[in-house]
Design a protein around this ligand. Structure first.
Ligand code: DGY
Length: 428
């Protein structure tokens, strides 16, 4: 069975599908965008070439207009719904979904580049990936911020990566369900219903998918007409961080970073609209109503990962963090435990997620809140030790939920050096 370090390595190796990493056996058999970013960083500690390969595989699914889809369907698998034929992209290059996901890719490339041992290979790979990421970010601004607010919209909850976050409840209620053909969920074969989004959400997820198909994937029309259109604070924080990492890469690779600089400046202005002075917290914005969505979710902390808040706002967020964790055993619940929508077991409605813990710990270290960063690290380690490499964990009991042997949980444990080979060695 081996120690924890060995188990983390095994999780990645077992989920390796030859060039890309499935997030979890059965439940997620294809390649997902933001999973790939975190997984590539984990692979770096095992196999440097394989780490770069993860990102090249993902870009096989990039669309000619620059869009990077949230799922790339390299090879048909029966265990997942909705597959490529439902998305309607079979035969269109590499079959994929038609929406994107939090753009962590430039951050991953910078991480691989800066931690490389094979510098020549890293430079060659980063040079090859740089224009593809630039085209992707350009697409995000052209297709999802046509009015140049500095913040990009998402048109589907799946694009936020935090599918059933209660922040989406109200905007999603406007999405109809009529006309969705009968379907059979496969996720429920691998995870308990109480750990997954509800049917009323799935019906709407699918309505949007078929709506985008009816619009023939015309991205302008999708932006104009989607009944679900939000500025997700988490997505934009990850993008803003990615732009700074892309800027750093441009400088290191001798590329012209002017356009990236503009995105960075415009986002700094745009983020002002997401700060709520009454609650001293960041919220997403519903573009249909023009109102901030005042539900406290872990995404509201992510502007710290992007270096957005100044000292004062960072202090307020640190206070929020301390208050949130008083209600739970393990940091950080994905929803404030006193929100009426909090459910400790259900996906993005309360459980702890390791990728958020990692991003936030990085942020707290940068802002000098070392105690909070340590708390996130230690809690994550304890969760893994007690309950394994799960997809998410109940913040009160710690019990693992969702997928088992989840790739980014293992990958980030390696990135974070939570687990080392030494730890596996028998005590002297
Ligand atoms: C799923 O299938 O649950 C995914 O989150 C969609 O991307």
């Amino acid at each position: 069975m081996g120690g924890l370090y060995e188990q983390a390595v095994q999780v990645l190796r077992n989920n390796d599908r030859g060039g890309f990493t499935a997030p979890a056996q059965g439940l997620y058999p294809y390649q997902w965008l933001w999973d790939s970013g975190f997984n590539a960083m984990g692979w770096l500690h095992l196999d440097e070439r394989r780490a770069w390969q993860e990102l090249f595989s993902l870009f096989e699914g990039q669309w000619p207009d620059g869009m990077v889809p949230h799922i790339v369907f390299h090879k048909k698998q029966e265990s997942y719904f909705p597959g490529p034929e439902v998305w309607g992209t079979v035969g269109r290059g590499c079959a994929s979904s038609v929406i994107t996901q939090p753009p962590i890719l430039a951050t991953a490339v910078r991480y691989l580049y800066e931690h490389a041992r094979d510098h020549a290979f890293a430079r060659e790979s980063a040079k090859a990936l740089y224009p593809r990421i630039l085209a992707y970010h350009r697409w995000l601004y052209q297709a999802r911020d046509p009015n140049r607010t500095g913040l990009v919209a998402v048109v589907h909850p799946w694009a936020t990566g935090m599918d059933n976050s209660p922040a989406w409840d109200e905007p999603l209620r406007r999405v109809p369900t009529e006309g969705v053909p009968p379907y059979e969920r496969k996720d429920l074969l691998y995870a308990k219903p109480e750990e997954r989004p509800r049917k009323e959400e799935y019906d709407r997820y699918l309505w949007l998918l078929y709506f985008f198909r009816r619009l023939n994937f015309d991205q302008r029309a999708i932006f104009r007409e989607s009944p679900f259109k939000v500025i997700d604070v988490g997505f934009n924080a990850i993008l803003h961080r990615a732009n700074q990492d892309l800027y750093a890469l441009a400088v290191m690779l001798g590329e012209e970073p002017h356009e990236i600089q503009e995105w960075i400046v415009e986002a700094q202005v745009g983020f002002q609209a997401l700060w709520d002075r009454e609650d001293n917290f960041y919220y997403s914005l519903d573009l249909i109503t023009g109102r901030r969505i005042r539900v406290k979710t872990s995404a509201g902390f992510l502007p710290l990962f992007a270096g957005i808040p100044g000292e004062g706002r960072a202090r307020r967020l640190a206070e929020h963090f301390r208050e949130w964790v008083r209600h739970v055993r393990y940091a950080l619940p994905s929803v404030h435990p006193l929100e009426p929508s909090f459910e400790g077991t259900r996906y993005w409605r309360g459980p702890v997620w390791v990728n958020v813990n990692w991003m936030l710990a990085e942020a707290f270290w940068d802002y000098g809140y070392d105690d909070l960063a340590e708390r996130l690290r230690n809690d994550t380690l304890e969760l893994i030790r007690r309950f394994g490499f799960r997809e998410y964990y109940h913040p009160k009991t710690g019990e693992g939920r969702g997928g088992k042997d989840f790739s980014w949980t293992a990958a980030l444990a390696l990135v974070w050096r939570l687990l080392t080979r030494d730890e596996d060695a028998p005590a002297a």
